[in-house]
Design a protein around this ligand. Structure first.
Ligand code: ADP
Ligand code: ZN
Length: 757
């Protein structure tokens, strides 16, 4: 080929790399870099290299070999002396062209490197091909064995040939040996006689596991449900992108609507993705889908690499009808996507808190748009972001304002804890709550108690100096865990024996304050002796399967009182729960966070939703020291719309999301002075750029983070705010991202931050 060129006129320089076969390709790396890099592709790799494959390339000073993702095959953008790739890591693309495009969009939106996104979205098990192995297979050599033996074979060899002939397909060596009741010796002898041909193959993913779950029929939809479903069906049948916000009160039958929409999608031979919060990914939820569809794959973070890999491959073959999973399932490689559902859209766990810090809702919107399919965001308490978009017409609002079967919403009673004598003496269950529990239990009902503080006592407090005992590595109070008598930090893995003397003033008299779920459990057992009670929180539910055991016990009625953290606030559907007690509604309310009110409303509304799910009725008791606070008042009246209208007006006035976009910049390092000075310097630089370019943007801060020290690093942050996110993206890319950080200071960029700690 090169010789032919000698007889051709001089080509323009780019033709050297863009003729016949491709000779140049673009790569991105797991680094915060913005643009892809060009590399030459040596002859040996031409034709084999495709976008979506990983390769080894020399990179940086010293040409260290690193992994790059191939994102394009095109002529180089510059003619500088290009390096060559040195090897292919994958034999076939592990990412589709559509996924490459989507991940590039994520990198742009969330201000991180494209390669960082790719590194994060492909599960480790897929990257290292966990669980697959080369298998040696044998098949009959049809030329040497035209159906009958050319020679008389020894008994065992004949048996092996017969078994293989009956099977009618290639078989693994050991499998054949088992079938023919022989060892591998006779089979190897047949290979030597050339009667069998052997070859290797990767074992494939196999079929989606068939789980034996009793199938249940579709329910007859209520008029409201049918109306909502019709809107969704119309988008499905029109094969168009259309995003819906399904606002349905707890128990209004949202899941039933999802299932019917998915049924339509499956009817087209397409696949649906259902995202649920990680803690809702319970066996109960999964069973609900498995009882309705033949082939359901589950993706969650507790799977082994090889399990994830197997599911990923099965999904990619199109054999899976429904993918149910947490946040990252939004990347499931469905070949013909038909619908995406995000249940409990308001859940914070849909936002990833490491790079890439994406929100599954935004990614799902973008993916649905690109693939031309509908998206359903469902919640009883949608985020203000979603609600405001529905008001603006960007999402189509669908509503289910009533519970199924005409069940009323449970009445909510607010109990002012400031006036309760039992609470003054250190208890957490006040008089009214205790009476309500007694009544519910006496009437053979079940009780759910919600408290979102785990541990025994959330605060260790020094009587002498009045200070809290904090983690030596973090600016966080230690929590006493009585079981192992340890004071633990919930932000890092620090723990110690609770100090007898205050670490600050060295005086004795450290006391335990407040109630966590462990202490609540002790109090419940003391106040209700002989009544079975189970605690569900991340400490008690460590063992795999413990979730299922606990919930099954409650479903069967063996457990009468279920107490726990957020883990029990979502999705549970137990008709016999006649009382829900919110032990302390104020835990979230006073957090220094612009969403504290919104979260308080959500928490109360969601836990309240766990009762009144049958004609037995149910009620809710909320203990609070601030019964006049707006979110608590509105939640007690089940008035979501009243609450959001008020809250939105406030957000607009303050210039907070959803009216303005935020980008949070966090700096951290071992020296507080250096981190503070860097934050000041960067803040100043951004302010100057905003002024001189007259950008409609603001810098709030810098200031120490609410948690000013974490894992021994000091933390400062600032928020960039603007009516348009694009303004901030430009500001950051052109100026912030180019800022030279001191060696000891690290920086994180969080677009649309949810966690402001
Ligand atoms: P949500 O997700 O809105 O909280 P669910 O979908 O969990 O509500 O439904 C609540 C309960 O009502 C479930 O037990 C469900 O089986 C039942 N349900 C839903 N739709 C119907 C219906 N059309 N007829 C009878 N029961 C229904
Ligand atoms: Zn700590």
């Amino acid at each position: 080929m090169k010789q032919q060129r000698l007889f051709e006129p001089d080509p323009p320089p780019w033709e050297l790399v863009d003729r016949d076969d491709l000779a140049c390709a673009q790569f991105v790396f797991n680094r915060p870099l913005e643009t892809p890099f060009d590399y030459l592709v040596p002859d040996e790799f031409r034709g084999r290299l495709k976008p979506g494959m990983r390769v080894a390339v020399p990179f940086g000073r010293g040409d260290r070999s690193i992994t790059g993702f191939c994102v394009g095959l095109a002529r180089p953008t510059a003619h500088a002396s290009l390096k060559s790739i040195t090897g292919l890591i994958d034999q076939a693309p592990i990412l589709t062209p559509a996924m490459l495009e989507l991940t590039r969009w994520i990198a742009d939106r969330y201000l991180c490197g494209w390669g960082q996104v790719l590194e994060a979205v492909v599960p480790a098990g897929v990257k290292n091909q966990a669980g697959t192995r080369q298998q040696l297979l044998v098949r009959i050599n049809d030329e040497a064995w035209p159906g009958s033996p050319p020679v008389e074979l020894p008994e065992k060899q004949a048996a092996a040939m017969a078994a293989l002939q009956t099977a009618g397909r290639p078989m693994g060596l050991e499998q054949l040996a088992r079938l023919a009741h022989c060892g591998t010796g006779p089979i190897n002898a047949l290979r030597q006689r050339n009667l069998l041909i052997s070859f290797t193959e990767r074992t494939d993913a196999g079929d989606p596991e068939h789980v034996d779950i009793e199938r249940t029929n579709d329910l007859e939809l209520s008029v409201d449900q049918q109306h909502v479903l019709n809107e969704i069906l119309s988008a499905l049948r029109g094969r168009r992108f259309e995003p819906f916000l399904l606002h349905g009160v707890t128990g209004s039958g949202k899941t039933e609507v999802y299932i019917r929409a998915i049924r339509e999608v499956v009817g087209y031979g397409r696949q649906a993705i259902v995202l649920v919060p990680e803690i809702s990914l319970t066996p109960q939820t999964i069973r609900r889908f498995r009882s309705r569809f033949d082939s359901v794959a589950v993706l969650h973070s507790h799977q082994t690499d090889s399990e994830r890999h197997r599911h990923w491959q099965q999904i990619a073959t199109g054999k899976v009808q429904v993918v149910v999973g947490a946040r990252s399932a939004v990347f499931a490689p469905t070949p013909q996507l038909g619908l995406i559902v995000i249940d409990e859209e308001h859940e914070n766990s849909f936002k990833q808190d490491t790079i890439p810090r994406y929100h599954a809702r935004e990614v799902a919107l973008e993916r649905a748009r690109r693939e031309g399919v509908p998206l359903i965001l469902g919640s009883a308490t949608p985020t203000l972001e979603a609600w405001q978009r529905a008001q603006a017409g960007e999402l189509k609002l669908l509503q289910l304002n009533r519970r199924v079967a005409g069940l009323p919403m449970p009445p909510v009673v607010l109990v002012d804890t400031r006036e309760d004598p039992t609470l003054k003496t250190g208890g957490a269950i006040g008089r009214a709550l205790r009476t309500a529990m007694q009544q519910a239990l006496a009437a053979k009902g079940q009780v759910i108690l919600f408290l979102n503080l785990r541990g025994y006592s959330p605060v260790l407090w020094c009587q002498a100096c009045g200070g809290a005992v904090k983690c030596p590595n973090c600016d966080v109070s230690l929590t006493w865990h009585k079981e192992h008598n340890l004071a633990r930090c919930h932000s890092c893995d620090y723990s110690c024996v609770p100090p007898k003397f205050c670490p600050t003033c060295q005086k004795p008299g450290v006391r335990y304050l407040g109630t966590g779920t462990q202490k609540l459990e002790v109090e419940v057992r003391a106040k209700f002796p002989g009544v079975s009670c189970v605690r569900m929180d991340s400490d008690s539910m460590r063992r795999p399967g413990s979730h299922d055991v606990a919930l099954e016990g409650f479903r069967k009625g063996e457990t009468r009182i279920l107490l726990g953290t957020q883990m029990i606030s979502k999705g549970l559907d137990f008709p016999n729960v006649t009382l829900v007690g919110v032990v302390d509604a104020d835990t979230v309310l006073h957090q220094p966070d612009l969403r504290a009110g919104e979260r308080t409303f959500q928490l109360i509304a969601q836990v309240a939703g766990r009762t009144g799910r049958s004609d037995r009725g149910g009620r809710v008791l909320v203990q609070t020291a601030c019964p006049q606070e707006v979110p608590i008042q509105f939640a007690a009246r089940h008035d979501f719309i009243g609450f959001v209208q008020r809250e939105l007006a406030q957000r607009r006035q303050m210039g907070y999301p959803p009216y303005e976009s935020l980008v949070r910049i966090i700096l951290r390092g071992p020296s507080e002075a250096e981190v503070a000075a860097t934050a000041q310097d960067l803040g100043q630089l951004l302010r100057t750029q905003i002024d001189s370019n007259q950008l409609p943007a603001r810098v709030l801060g810098p200031a120490p983070c609410p948690v000013s020290r974490l894992k021994n690093l000091f933390r400062y942050h600032m928020q960039l705010a603007a009516p348009q996110l694009a303004t901030l993206q430009i500001l950051w890319r052109q100026h912030g991202a180019k800022y030279k950080l001191p060696a000891n200071v690290e920086l994180a960029v969080d677009v649309d931050p949810i966690n402001l700690r």
